[in-house]
Design a protein around this ligand. Structure first.
Ligand code: SF4
Length: 374
């Protein structure tokens, strides 16, 4: 099924047709995944944008009972470790620093404070829509230091790299970044190595895959042989991906497939990766709830160390416990659903969140709360 226009991927009749095919073929199917004979198919949508789209279109509610959708570690704010949130707060408290960030991060509770609280108490914290805005703020405020909170995946990191190259070219020296950027494939490996994680298929992120291409997942796929499909974000894209994964499980033949051909190629975007790799290099990184994953983060290369905010201001990352009772980590690994967290909807709500999964617009707890677990 090759469609040409985006409205076709939102077409109600097409979606209904796919739902019928899924129901007819899969309602009584017994799935043969690689490692088990199981009555239930557990598929993980890795990306937070997929999580929100699945909820928004009520996709969970139309699937047969033997298909379960789990949310994965693809919400950038949710996976940012407590030590990085605390570092952002520490940076905001330095005299003459203008801290810049994307919107969701501001509400994430740190150990002692949050960016929102610090902003309310008068610190200069600004929500921006593009990292390039930082350069203009820096140029307009030569007596201040502009610091950017770098979170996100392969989609975001190239633009942050480009901003650093541009700052170097323009001689803007009062700009720096704390990089908590993450890479997706190492997280998939870490999931598959975690005791208790039980996933029969990955719905791979569309935006990240535009950069990595399908080739970015080949090593992980060859190692773990988990059915995998890259998907777009419209309802027809997601239903098609579910059908592909279910068919792979029924046949017992895992494949790495591209269900988002209109945006994702084999090789992805080499130019964006080149810019990213000019400025950043892989490093071990701590993920919320998951812990340290080898070579899963992107740190600034030594030649760009003058743009490294932690080095510039002498701030050290301090390992700190996550909020007591918050199950974000287990939710990000598909080990729990938000409703299995004792604080969900009681102590923790979008108005007064305990963990980042309730803060972010892409967070699983926020999505469950907004759409009441449908
Ligand atoms: S409901 Fe709140 S406390 Fe519980 S896992 Fe989600 S964010 Fe954490």
């Amino acid at each position: 099924m090759v469609l040409k226009y985006v409205h076709e991927y939102r077409d109600g009749d097409l979606a209904k047709g796919l739902i019928e095919v899924i129901k007819e073929n899969l309602s009584s199917a017994r799935f043969r995944s690689i490692n088990k004979q199981d009555a239930k198919l557990r598929l993980m949508e890795v990306c937070g944008t997929h999580t929100m789209s699945i909820f928004r279109h009520g996709i969970r509610s139309v699937l047969p009972d033997n298909i379960e959708l789990l949310s994965g570690p693809g919400c950038p704010v949710c996976v940012t470790a407590q030590q990085d949130i605390d570092a952002f707060v520490d940076l905001a408290m330095i005299k003459d620093v203008i801290l810049t960030t994307f919107g969701d991060l501001i509400k994430v509770p740190g150990t002692f404070s949050s960016l929102q609280k610090e902003k309310a108490s008068g610190k200069d914290i600004r929500i921006i829509y593009s990292v390039f805005d930082c350069l203009e703020i820096a140029a307009a405020n030569p007596d201040k230091e502009v610091v950017f909170c770098g979170v996100g995946f392969e989609t975001t990191t190239p633009t942050v790299a480009a901003s650093i190259l541009m700052a170097a070219e323009r001689g803007i020296e009062n700009f720096s970044v704390h990089s908590a950027h993450k890479l997706t494939p190492p997280a998939l490996s870490a999931l598959m190595e975690t005791q208790g994680v039980d996933i029969d298929g990955f719905i791979l992120p569309g935006h990240v895959s535009v950069i990595t291409g399908i080739n970015g997942y080949r090593d992980v796929f060859e190692k773990y042989r988990v059915p995998s499909v890259i998907a777009g974000f419209e309802p027809v894209d997601i239903l098609k991906a579910i059908l592909i994964l279910a068919k792979q499980n029924i046949s017992g033949i895992p494949k790495l497939e591209n269900g988002y051909e209109r945006a994702v190629s084999e090789e992805g975007n080499p130019k964006a990766r080149h810019i990213m790799n000019q400025v950043f290099e892989p490093d071990d990184s701590v993920w919320r709830g998951i812990g340290k994953i080898p070579q899963s983060g992107m740190k600034l290369k030594d030649i760009y160390s003058k743009f490294n905010a932690l080095e510039k201001f002498g701030i050290e990352l301090k390992q700190r416990p996550e909020p007591a009772g918050c199950a974000c980590g287990q939710i990000l690994m598909g080990l729990k659903t938000p409703q299995q967290c004792v604080m969900y909807g009681k102590r923790c709500t979008p108005a007064d969140p305990v963990g980042p999964c309730m803060v972010s617009s892409e967070g699983s707890c926020a999505a469950y709360y907004r759409y009441k677990g449908c």
